[in-house]
Ligand binder design. Structure first.
Ligand code: TIU
Length: 228
């Protein structure tokens, strides 16, 4: 017999209820060297990448808790095939810096699958049996196996972390919300190169009675999981 463990997480705009912890997954979006280290995609777009590191300990704590409870953890990586067949020219042309997607930088070819710079940062490295979904877009449902993976794991509730808040995290959360998933964004587990964009994203997600979903702190999520 499978034991159903219901969870309540203190969140905004109101409590986030999960019927069974088996229906819950932790999503870690794009915590890659390409976004967090100098010389990667984030920095060739002109951003100061150092501030994103501050969310690493919170995500590590959530990752460790989900692993310990044998709950589903899914990581995503934004990347393209080496021949760029899955990268629209419109995306390559953006940024207008000296380097763009596919060019060679200090960590290998920028935003290309298999290059050192495209790896997830070592602090959050997935174990061999954890799910990693490669995505060519900002949203993690576009042109990926995400929906199939969630369905096969009977996941209905998603806890979102990662970077950047208003780009890949928000895009994925909106895609998930439209597909009927109940989504919660971890306030101190997500970061943007623009703190004011992060703040606005948190507010727009939980506005209008949770139009896109919920937000909560790492401490509240851990408390809901019975950890703190
Ligand atoms: N540039 C930026 O803020 N983000 C991205 O390009 N990708 C993700 O958010 N992962």
């Amino acid at each position: 017999m499978i034991l159903l463990i219901p969870l309540t997480i203190a969140a905004q705009p109101y409590n986030y209820e999960v019927p069974s912890d088996r229906q819950l997954a932790l999503l870690i979006i794009d915590m890659q060297r390409d976004f967090l280290e100098p010389g990667g995609f984030g920095s060739v777009l002109g951003n100061n990448v150092s501030s994103l590191r501050e969310i690493v300990p919170a995500i590590q704590q959530l990752q460790a808790t989900f692993r310990h409870r044998n709950l589903t953890v899914i990581q995503t990586k934004e990347c393209h095939h080496p021949d760029l067949s899955d990268c629209p020219e419109s995306k390559r042309k953006r940024g207008r810096g000296a380097l763009t997607i596919g060019d060679r930088g200090p960590m290998g070819r920028i935003l290309i699958a298999g290059e050192p710079g495209n790896d997830i940062i070592p602090e959050l490295a997935p174990t061999a049996d954890e799910i990693v979904i490669e995505k060519p877009g900002k949203g993690a449902f576009y042109n990926t196996e995400m929906e199939e993976v969630l369905r096969s794991h009977t996941i209905t509730h998603l806890i979102f972390t990662g970077v950047t808040t208003e780009v890949c995290v928000q895009a994925t959360m909106r895609e998930a919300n439209d597909r009927g998933y109940e989504c919660l964004l971890v306030e101190d587990g997500t970061a943007s190169y623009f703190p004011e964009f992060k703040q606005s994203t948190l507010e727009m997600i939980r506005a209008q009675g949770g139009i896109i979903g919920w937000t909560a702190t790492t401490a509240a999520v851990l408390a809901g999981l019975g950890v703190l």
